[in-house]
Design a protein around this ligand. Structure first.
Ligand code: HEC
Length: 201
């Protein structure tokens, strides 16, 4: 190969590309990958990204909760399921637009297909972490994964199906035939908010 590039696959999906300029390590097909950072080690610019993430997450949490509580009051529990189903994705999209960030909710036990984790969160979601994690990624992006804990109010739609209103279990079965988001108890980890703030590079 003369001075050309050599590629060697190592175990664990690591590709070593060797050339005159040295070696480039690729993992999972991307040159720059996400890595976890501690809050104390963040640069000023990253600290600002972290604040932007908190603002966007706070807004999403607030509008989702307000919409849910109002829907339960005005439509009852069964009616509130349709409101959540229709409004949650719309609210996520509108907060993404307003804050110019990507964000959403996810879990290892999901109700809605639209709540899949982003790739950088996959391992943490599988490990069911109950702590907040901050990661930095390609192009100066910063991502945050924040746990969501179950409160008694949530059990009406995410608790033990035997204890739930039969009208609710029926509506959930109709709307979400593959619903995995029941069986939680008060104080359990329910899932996470995830936020990905662009790097501006
Ligand atoms: C009236 C029923 C209802 C109540 C009460 C309710 N949820 Fe949900 N929840 C839903 C529905 C429907 C979805 C799927 C649509 C969506 O929001 O994306 C959902 C989705 C979620 C998701 C996204 C992950 C997934 O499973 O798809 C999380 C996280 C969540 N709920 C947490 C909570 C928490 C925490 C509470 C209590 C504060 C709560 N829910 C109360 C109906 C409810």
């Amino acid at each position: 190969m003369g001075g050309g590039v050599r590629a060697v696959w190592l175990t664990g999906g690591v590709l070593l590309l060797g050339g005159t300029a040295g070696f480039l390590v690729m993992r999972g097909g991307s040159v720059e990958s996400w890595r976890e950072v501690s809050r104390g080690a963040l640069a000023d610019r990253q600290q600002e990204q972290l604040e932007r993430a908190a603002e966007a997450r706070g807004e999403l949490a607030g509008v989702l909760m307000a919409t849910l509580v109002e829907a339960v009051e005005t439509e009852g529990l069964v009616g509130a399921i349709s409101v959540c189903a229709d409004e949650a994705p719309r609210l996520v999209a509108s907060v993404q637009r307003d804050h110019e960030t990507l964000l959403g909710r996810t879990s290892w036990k999901r109700r809605s297909d639209s709540n899949q984790p982003p790739a950088w969160a996959g391992e943490l979601v599988a490990a069911r972490t109950s702590e907040e994690h901050v990661l930095v990624g390609p192009g100066g992006r910063l991502a945050v994964l924040t746990p969501i804990v179950v409160a008694p109010f949530c059990l009406q739609c995410h608790g033990d199906p035997d204890d739930m209103d039969p009208g609710v279990t029926e509506e959930l079965a109709l709307r979400y035939p593959d619903d995995a988001a029941t069986g939680f108890r008060d104080g359990d980890l329910r899932g996470w908010f995830w936020v990905e703030v662009p790097g501006g590079d």
